[in-house]
Ligand binder design. Structure first.
Ligand code: G
Ligand code: G
Ligand code: MN
Ligand code: NA
Length: 254
């Protein structure tokens, strides 16, 4: 059996699960949002990370079906938290280029929101910088449709796409997630720090929220905060976890 065939089976057999990684507000110390990160509970290979199957799903087109499953699970989970009195601002779902360009994207998002009863303003979509960078009418139109729906948009892995910064001003986006490669602290190379400082200044001008991702050390958090970044995500805060674990963590925080 090929992995593609197994994935096809896995999608219909309910083998897809979603982990959640919290994002925190640095001065309030509260969880403001969660990022949904897909996992595949493979019957023999164990729990697989996206790195092991997303590319394949993208290539064979299964990503569209997979994406709707993740979207539905994330929205359902968010509603469940709401009913338990746990309210995060946003649940963030990653979209691959192929998902974003799928003609069914808007209707499937509308369907899932209607089905789950989640407010569109509680849903965020993370798109890659390289996709946003293409800046075609098609992409711009779709971003506008999403904005009109009321969902939030984030540019993921920001800084890695070597983009012209002009698109940031034109695009209806709300959040940029600074790629982890720029938030490493190294004494011998000051450049990443300089880039982060520049991104934060730009974001302030454009009124965009910035989330520092990949925070692995408390020193990184201190530095980002000092630079004026208010939100962070990363292993030093919490690893991606099951919804049950996150609920438990939330209760311990409050
Ligand atoms: O969880 P992990 O660090 O292994 O994720 C690796 C990559 O997989 C990240 O780039 C992340 O954006 C991507 N990814 C995680 N979940 C999803 C998903 O549901 N859909 C898509 N398209 N990508 C995802
Ligand atoms: O590309 P994207 O930002 O969606 O990727 C998110 C991925 O980064 C997830 O797979 C998640 O497991 C991983 N991740 C989250 N926090 C950290 C971190 O602090 N360090 C590293 N190296 N990876 C992280
Ligand atoms: Mn992401
Ligand atoms: Na990212």
């Amino acid at each position: 059996l090929t992995l593609e065939h197994e994935l096809r089976e896995g999608l219909s057999n309910g083998e897809i699960t979603v982990y959640y990684q919290p994002q925190i507000h640095l001065s309030a110390g509260t969880i403001t949002g969660v990022e949904a990160l897909v996992r595949w509970q493979h019957p023999t290979r164990g729990l697989l990370s996206p790195g092991e199957f997303i590319q394949l799903a993208e290539e064979c087109g299964l990503i569209v079906e997979l994406g709707v499953i993740v979207l539905r699970m994330a929205c359902q989970e968010m509603k469940l938290w709401e009913r338990q009195g746990i309210s995060y601002e946003t649940v963030w779902v990653n979209l691959s280029p192929r998902q974003f360009q799928s003609p069914d994207l808007i209707t499937s998002i509308q369907d899932v929101l209607r089905e789950t009863g989640l407010s569109p303003t509680s849903l965020g979509l993370e798109i890659t910088e390289s996709l946003a960078m293409k800046n075609t009418d098609l992409i711009m139109n779709k971003l506008r449709q999403l904005r009109d729906l009321g969902v939030r948009i984030a540019i993921d892995d920001f800084g890695t796409g070597y983009s012209s910064l002009s698109y940031l001003q034109q695009f209806p986006i709300n959040v940029i997630k600074v790629d982890k490669s720029f938030t490493r602290i190294s004494s011998d190379d000051q450049n990443p720090r300089f880039i982060v400082t520049a991104i934060l200044a730009l974001a302030r001008e454009l009124n965009l929220r910035v989330i520092a991702e990949g925070m692995e050390h408390i020193e990184q958090i201190h530095w980002m905060r000092q630079e004026g970044c208010d939100y962070a995500q990363g292993y030093v805060v919490a690893r991606p976890m099951t919804p049950e674990m996150l609920t438990k963590m939330h209760r311990e925080l409050c």
